[in-house]
Design a protein around this ligand. Structure first.
Ligand code: F6P
Length: 516
């Protein structure tokens, strides 16, 4: 990167955005804007990698949009993006490159050549293995043991692409240290029909190693033979996997962040489910979005436009959360996946130089599939005291032939966006909906490996863009360390009852739990 990028709040665009917000941004009425500006829908509609995005129901006008684009330029977004693609060590606090885009780059693509060769070598081996497992009728159950990025991505994708899954195999995802989770899965398994995938970038994570040890114990205690055939490891720490007793390892590299790793060997359960060709389609969809993000001008760049809205809402409107509502039950784990992707990446309070930032960073991201959410928390979205931008995701063509369902589903997603925006007049009454509540509509033609890959990559680049403008490091996660250290200290105390040096509340809780 040629020069240190300017922090967002020190740019002229940031000051102009402040003024624009005071002058008209805070009172912007999207209903009037759609009525009065015939070009609004076109200006706020984008297509990228098979994702059709209608941003026109957001609380933003052309002037603010131009200022937000200027903000991105002032913060050196393009140079930061190019630095990531070029393999510069943009994850400075860990001294690492950030090259998950390389995991889906085709052979011969531009970029770091040695790394690309490693990617394709591992990908070929992993996909050949995936196909051999698919053809192995004796393996009926695949258990992925991993947590965080080693669980959420592969789990989400395996569920999302279930329509394409090989028949005769079940996929289980065990993440929690809570033994109830593993026990509930093991109860239904036979060792000779089970393949365990131990997925951990570091191969040191407490939950994963504890579950992996228990799984191996269960395997041998129940007559399982041939650990080599029934266990595989997905990790950057090949030595630790070997020490654990797993010979079959598919590796990846420290330049793949955990929450960006479903495209790597961590994606093995997805590949077993959908097969090599479709896994390559998934990568191709993500690559198409990478190319769009890399090449499209900022004003037509979908991840950039979404991230700019995030900044406008978080730092000017001061909205603190965003709700994600996928109107497709197979996308039911997408909100959980996005919680890690966005909140672990951009939930930061200091900038790249370690200075506290005076503006908000990651919003809270949450949600459930529609229409279920409508019968639970949508009340608050429509009439609550907080304004919460909603992101609807829907799919044009259904993967089933059940009569009537899909039209009803699509009618509901459109109706919710409409209702949030329109509101309903009953001044002073309980039936009054204020309206003017923002939403984004993301439409896929159908949910297949390619469009799904593009959708997930779109979210990755949106998170990158927001982080680059906020001037934070989106690729470390120091905030998760303290709790891990304290848990290590507390575990033996629960056994011994030693509460010396603990705060009074924790000490009392330890004593209470010891008398269980
Ligand atoms: O504790 C957080 C974290 O490091 C995540 O960033 C990561 O995805 C998860 O734990 C699992 O880590 P690993 O893949 O090394 O087991």
């Amino acid at each position: 990167m040629a020069s240190t990028p300017r922090r967002c709040d020190a740019t002229p665009a940031w000051q102009s955005l402040r003024q624009a917000f005071e002058a008209h941004g805070s009172s912007f009425d999207v209903r009037a804007a759609l009525r009065d500006d015939p070009s609004r829908v076109e200006r706020f509609t984008l297509d990228a990698g098979g994702v059709h995005a209608d941003l026109s129901k957001n609380l933003v006008d052309a002037q603010v949009e131009d200022l937000l684009l200027q903000l991105a330029r002032d913060c050196g977004l393009e140079a930061q993006r190019d630095a990531m693609f070029a393999g510069e060590k943009v994850n400075a606090t860990e001294g690492r490159s950030v090259l998950h885009v390389l995991l889906r780059a085709p052979r011969g693509a531009k970029g770091p050549a040695a790394e690309l060769a490693q990617v394709h070598g591992t990908l070929d081996a992993m996909l050949a293995y995936a196909d051999s497992v698919r053809n192995d009728a004796a393996i009926t159950d695949v258990v992925n043991i991993g947590i965080g990025g080693s669980d959420l991505g592969p789990q989400m994708a395996t569920i999302a692409l279930d329509e394409f899954a090989v028949p005769g195999k079940r996929f289980h995802f065990v993440s929690n240290i809570d033994g109830h989770e593993l026990a509930a899965v093991l109860r239904h398994l036979e060792p000779q029909n089970t393949l365990f995938l131990v997925a951990s970038k570091t191969f040191t994570t407490l939950e994963t190693m504890t579950n992996a040890r228990s799984a191996r114990q269960w395997f041998t205690a129940n007559g399982g033979k041939d650990v080599a055939r029934h266990f595989a490891a997905l990790t950057t720490n090949v030595a630790a996997a070997k020490e654990f007793g797993i010979d079959r390892t598919f590796g990846f590299w420290d330049w793949v962040g955990g929450r960006y790793s479903m495209w790597s060997a961590i994606g093995l359960p997805i590949a077993i489910a959908i097969g090599a060709d479709r896994f390559r389609d998934l990568l191709a969809g993500a690559h198409a979005m990478d190319e769009h993000f890399r090449m499209a001008p900022l004003e037509r760049n979908l991840p950039v436009r979404l991230a700019l809205l995030d900044i406008w809402y978080r730092d000017f409107h001061r909205f603190t959360s965003r709700s994600v509502a996928p109107y497709h039950s197979a996308l039911r784990r997408l909100p959980a996946y996005l919680q890690q992707l966005e909140m672990e990446s951009n939930g930061k309070r200091v900038d790249r130089d370690g200075r506290e930032v005076p503006y908000g960073t990651s919003p809270v991201v949450w949600g459930e599939p529609g229409t279920n959410g409508q019968h639970a928390y949508f009340q608050m979205l429509h009439q609550g005291t907080d304004v919460i931008p909603v992101e609807f995701i829907a799919v044009r063509k259904a993967a089933h032939t059940l009569e009537g369902h899909h039209d009803q589903l699509l009618a509901n997603v459109l109706a919710q966006a409409q209702a949030l925006m329109q509101g309903k007049q009953d001044p002073g009454g309980h039936k009054h909906f204020p309206g003017n509540r923002p939403s984004t509509m993301l439409l896929l033609d159908r949910l297949d490996p390619r469009t799904f890959g593009a959708l997930v990559a779109m979210y990755e680049h949106r998170v990158f863009t927001a982080g680059a403008i906020w001037g934070i490091n989106s690729f470390d996660q120091w905030g998760v360390e303290l709790g891990k250290v304290l848990a290590k200290d507390l575990a033996p105390r629960l056994a011994t009852g030693d509460v010396a040096g603990l705060d009074a509340s924790t000490a009392a809780l330890v004593q209470h739990l010891r008398h269980r």
